[in-house]
Design a protein around this ligand. Structure first.
Ligand code: DX5
Ligand code: ZN
Length: 225
């Protein structure tokens, strides 16, 4: 079980400090949300910020592209420092080419899927992925409420990947907090993204510890099945 705090809810005027803080508190990856104002109705951060984060982060950068025509930018994001790079299944007609390009560039390829998109869209690409990001909110903003149906989708996705012989990790992204972490991991989540639950908390390190404890309980529940 891995924790990937999302800097979308960090203090953008003190990003380096916030990243070091959560890394010291046990972050496995730093999740970086790139939004273009077209695929999602928000504009967040881009290439120069990823490159700057790469200089300060002691842990790998997990970059989530919420942009149209991601094929135009994957080379540059890997170059800027993305260790893993995920594109949305809804954002490209050439997923196979793109996933293989990301791997060829030396990064771990991932695909993100929106709440209303059928899991079947991943059938042909699943064996080639290192990561599936299951969106548990509609992407675009931090601090939104977790969509309850995501638990069911998560169980079905876990099943489906296991049957496809895919080793891909499932990342759960959106509305994850310490109160949900156990159930999310028990249902099949391997990586927890948390933005507001960490960076809007009075004590981010304590929030990280709570997420870790709850996630570990979920992991044990999963192993026991
Ligand atoms: C949503 C982003 C998420 C977001 C998660 O569009 O992809 O990564 O930052 O933030 P919280 O945990 O606040 O829902
Ligand atoms: Zn994200």
């Amino acid at each position: 079980m891995r924790l990937a705090p999302s800097v979308l809810s960090a203090d953008f005027a003190a990003l380096g400090e916030d990243v070091r803080k959560v890394a010291a508190a046990g972050a496995d990856w730093i999740h970086v949300d790139v939004m273009d104002g077209r695929f999602v109705p928000n504009i967040s951060i881009g290439l120069p910020v990823v490159a700057a984060l790469k200089r300060v982060s002691p842990v790998p950068l997990d970059v989530h592209l919420m942009i149209v025509e991601p094929e135009r930018y994957v080379d540059q994001f890997v170059e800027a420092g993305a260790a893993s790079l995920s594109v949305h299944v809804e954002a490209t007609d050439h997923l196979h080419r793109l996933v293989h390009r990301i791997r060829q560039l030396g990064a771990r390829p991932g695909v993100a899927i929106n709440p209303a998109t059928s899991l079947d869209t991943l059938a042909e690409i699943a064996p080639d992925l290192d990561i599936v990001i299951l969106m548990s909110v509609n992407p675009g903003f931090g601090g939104q409420a977790f969509i309850e149906r995501s638990y069911d989708r998560l169980r079905r996705l876990r099943d489906f990947l296991d049957r496809a012989g895919s080793q891909a990790l499932i990342t759960v992204d959106g509305g994850v907090d310490p109160g949900r972490a156990e159930a999310v991991v028990a249902a099949g989540g391997d990586v927890l993204v948390a933005g507001a639950a960490v960076f809007a908390a009075a004590d981010p390190a304590a929030a990280m510890a709570d997420l870790r404890a709850a996630g570990t309980r979920g992991w044990q529940a999963r192993g026991a099945r």
